[in-house]
Design a protein around this ligand. Structure first.
Ligand code: M1P
Length: 264
């Protein structure tokens, strides 16, 4: 599918052409679901002169673009690699190179049973408010939200606090794991109001297969949800990566400056 050649030729002009920095989006490059700051975007442009850069988000490309393409540019042109939905949809140098299908893996019949169960479960949930879009169907995964994806920013912030206290998502994941054990799915709480559902193994480590042909000698990964159950856990702990656990976009910038710009 790819017309983009492997090999570091495209990256030869970088100070460290064999080094790649991969970034989670929410909580790492931006405040969750917000746009990246001007300072962060400038730092990424500077970093791209030093090494190869990639985003690896759980969200689909539309949401990632809202956050990173703040001047209306095409986000996949600003990064050497773009990995949306954990890398189940992948871009290199502005071109799509791969796409995975959740529905092909699960099958229509099993997926219908899953949807029926999830919607019944959410209907019976007694939480302070509900909005709309409780299941979002994507290419390589589905995203399930008890409050609904149409929640406003304030509603999502309040829900996050409520969910932490009451373990709504954690309980729901436990129930789904039992009910659909035969499907081989992983449930990952990556954001504030929802969780992602995808075939086991299709976590963010999936993106690493797309950079393998390049033979990078240093693969840095930056993420905030690096704890067990978080959607950065697997790639952060993968032996192929050098993991950096951050607590905010400011923390990411601080580490990048130390790693790449402190001796300049
Ligand atoms: O990037 C992290 C997560 O961001 C969103 O989560 P939420 O809406 O719950 O804050 C979703 O796009 C989710 O898929 C993604 O993993």
């Amino acid at each position: 599918m790819s017309e983009v050649p492997a090999g570091t030729a495209a990256f030869a002009g970088r100070t460290h052409p064999k080094t790649i920095c991969m970034f989670d989006v929410d909580g790492t490059l931006t405040v969750p679901r917000q746009q990246a700051s001007k300072e962060m975007l400038q730092l990424l442009r500077d970093l791209r002169k030093e090494c190869v850069i990639a985003f690896v988000g759980g969200s689909d490309l539309v949401k990632i673009a809202e956050q990173l393409a703040v001047d209306g540019q095409n986000v996949v042109d600003d990064f050497d690699y773009g990995f949306s939905e954990n890398g189940l949809v992948a871009y290199k140098l502005g071109k799509e190179i791969a796409r995975q299908s959740f529905i092909d893996f699960v099958g229509e019949e099993e997926y219908k049973k899953f949807v029926k169960f999830v919607l019944h479960y959410i209907a019976d949930l007694d939480i302070p408010i509900k909005r709309g879009t409780f299941i979002e169907f994507r290419n390589g995964m589905v995203n399930v939200s008890p409050i609904g994806r149409n929640a406003s920013n304030q509603e999502r912030n309040e829900y996050e606090v409520y969910d932490k206290k009451n373990g709504i998502r954690a309980k729901m994941v436990e129930v789904l794991q039992k009910e659909f054990a035969h499907l081989g799915l992983t449930y990952s709480i990556g954001g504030q109001i929802s969780f992602d559902v995808f075939p086991t193994g299709w976590d963010k480590t999936y993106s690493l297969r797309h950079i393998e042909p390049e033979g990078f000698t240093e693969i840095h990964f930056f993420g905030d949800k690096t704890y067990k159950g978080g959607n950065d856990y697997e790639i952060y702990n993968d032996p192929r990566t050098i993991g950096h656990s951050v607590n905010s976009p400011d923390d990411t910038m601080k580490i990048l400056k130390e790693l790449f710009f402190s001796k300049k």
